[in-house]
Design a protein around this ligand. Sequence first.
Ligand code: ADP
Length: 247
Amino acid sequence: SNSTDFLLALENVTVSFDGFKAVNGLNLYIDKGELRVIIGPNGAGKTTVLDLICGRTKVSDGSIKFKDQEITGLKEYEIVRRGIGRKFQNPSIYEDLTVFENLELSMPHGRNVAGALFWKRSEEVTERVREIAEMIFLSDLLDRRAETLSHGQKQWLEIGMLLMQDPELLMLDEPVAGMSVSERVKTAELLNEIIKHRSVIVIEHDMKFVESIAHRVTVLHQGKILAEGDMDTIQHDPKVKEVYLGH
Ligand code: ADP
């Protein structure tokens, strides 16, 4: 099919580290409003794929298109501006600021006609902070210092900080690692809320969580796609079973 149909299209993407191909001729297509989960054994190339999409690692060969525009080779901040947000495993929140302040600081500033930076009007920011805080289950904790939050709440706060930038594609690396069972359930709820208006790519190891959220799963192995499909298809795929049982 045509790449113009997709929000994100990786075509024949390869990255070599000293001749070792961590990602090897990858074709990956993400639709608008899709929640895609990437799984695969350690060293399969999952993190590298997200690094390539967000511009942190340079593509050796192939192309990455977002909304039908080439983003291959753009700088990280330029890719953020195009509408791609990335969350890493360790939250990068400001521990000694409040939940409200953390969200407020993440609202992108604008430029006036003279090109000078300005902060958006405060009512607009406050309204957006309230809206996002509700999505991430922190409405009642807006005045709490971030350091007092649970591990799971900190993860949500960071997702909220990314949402303040209004990305069209959000990439999350193991969002439920270290979370309690009830926090996992709420995170699944949150992701389903997010994809009403955006697309999400998640790297995940917790298969129970994957089952609870996944629309479509991509299994990576040695930098290539081993299998792709719904959870049922993946679980019954003999190639997938072999890779996981072999470890
Ligand atoms: P995963 O996230 O699936 O565990 P990674 O994407 O982290 O896998 O790594 C894929 C392979 O690429 C691994 O063998 C890893 O050692 C290698 N790799 C990743 N980043 C680098 C790098 N910057 N330099 C050299 N090798 C790397």
